[in-house]
Design a protein around this ligand. Structure first.
Ligand code: GTQ
Ligand code: FE2
Length: 318
């Protein structure tokens, strides 16, 4: 016998009231439906300019020491009310700067990470699992779950890159762990120029340009095999004057401009982009990218995750 006298409820409103006493909610008249015909566009398409990030990070160079800050970085939080972190639902994009002669101490965490290098002179390294991986402009570098990683700029110029992490997904699911390396910067001697964690621009760009066109002037190349289970990276080349049209899909993506300039349309927004800029392309927005000069974009997306779960749908098949 229930200790609550549901039998005595004279009407539905009274029954709903009694449910509060047992921490239950009715499922028949929820104010906000739990199921709806297609994805909500909770996150919005957005654009950030590298020239703004670069100027802010350059200034932060004299105000924020890496001895004090875990990382000198800027977060591209999606501009929706109350949000201060994710760029799209599952991923965050950031810019980071390490000064000449400076290091960013080693740590490890369960979020997977990836970098796209924007500016780095020779002898700029990310140290992953005890090896120095060279960073050169356009390079893509992976830092899988729980691998120690730190950064060491042994050049005499500031180094700038973009970081992509699945930490928003970790926040949603819960399994966050983080720890600093006991030795501050993990010691490393060996320089791993050829590493499964590095996709060198000099190697992937010609391979990208050798792909068959998938639309006039548009080529794509998945950079793999990947050691990251949650997100992938697809290099996209768009020839000057060409347009790449992408139907909406459930995949959440962040684009970074590796080369060239152009414009994008998504969800009624129009962006004019240049090298280094980032664009949030959350799920369920048709989008279109037009190159004003030969361009290379990198699409970072949670497609591998959604594919494993059988939740990839696009405007074409949805
Ligand atoms: O370089 O290890 O932008 O751990 C955010 C978190 C960079 C990094 C970020 C990080 C890193
Ligand atoms: Fe990290």
């Amino acid at each position: 016998m229930s200790s609550i006298d549901f039998a005595a409820a004279a009407d539905l409103a009274t029954l709903h009231g009694l449910l509060d006493l047992v921490q239950m909610k009715n499922g028949w008249a929820k104010p906000v439906p739990s199921f709806y015909p297609e994805p909500k566009q909770t996150f919005v398409p957005a654009h950030w300019r590298y020239r703004d990030a670069r100027a802010a990070l350059h200034k932060a160079g004299s105000l924020v020491a890496t001895e004090w800050a875990e990382r000198r970085n800027l977060i591209m939080a999606n501009p929706i009310p109350g949000n201060d972190y994710p760029t799209v639902r599952t991923l965050v994009g950031a810019y980071q700067m390490v000064q000449a002669g400076e290091t960013a101490r080693s740590h490890r965490h369960t979020p997977n990470a990836m970098r796209v290098v924007l500016e780095a002179a020779p002898h700029t390294y990310t140290i992953v699992a005890g090896k120095k991986i060279p960073m050169a402009p356009g390079d893509v570098l992976l830092t899988p779950n729980w691998f120690y990683h730190g950064h060491s700029n042994e050049s005499d110029e500031e180094a700038y890159w973009a970081d992509f992490l699945d930490s928003p997904l970790v926040h949603l699911l819960g399994p966050m762990f983080f720890e600093g390396h006991p030795g501050e910067l993990e010691p490393a001697q060996e320089i791993a120029t050829a590493s499964p964690l590095r996709f060198a621009f000099a190697e992937y760009k010609p391979r990208l340009l050798n792909q068959a066109e998938q639309a006039a002037g548009v080529r794509t190349l998945l950079l793999g095999p990947s050691s990251l289970p949650t997100f992938d990276r697809v290099a996209v080349s768009i020839a000057k004057g060409a347009t790449w049209t992408v139907p909406r899909s459930t995949v959440n993506a962040i684009f970074i401009v590796v080369e060239g300039e152009g414009t994008s349309n998504a969800g009624g927004a129009h962006f004019t982009w240049q090298r280094g800029d980032m664009i949030a392309l959350p799920s369920w927005y048709d989008h279109q990218h037009k190159a004003a000069s030969d361009a290379v974009l990198m699409r970072v997306s949670d497609e591998p995750l959604l594919r494993k779960l059988d939740w990839v749908r696009s405007g074409a098949n949805g």
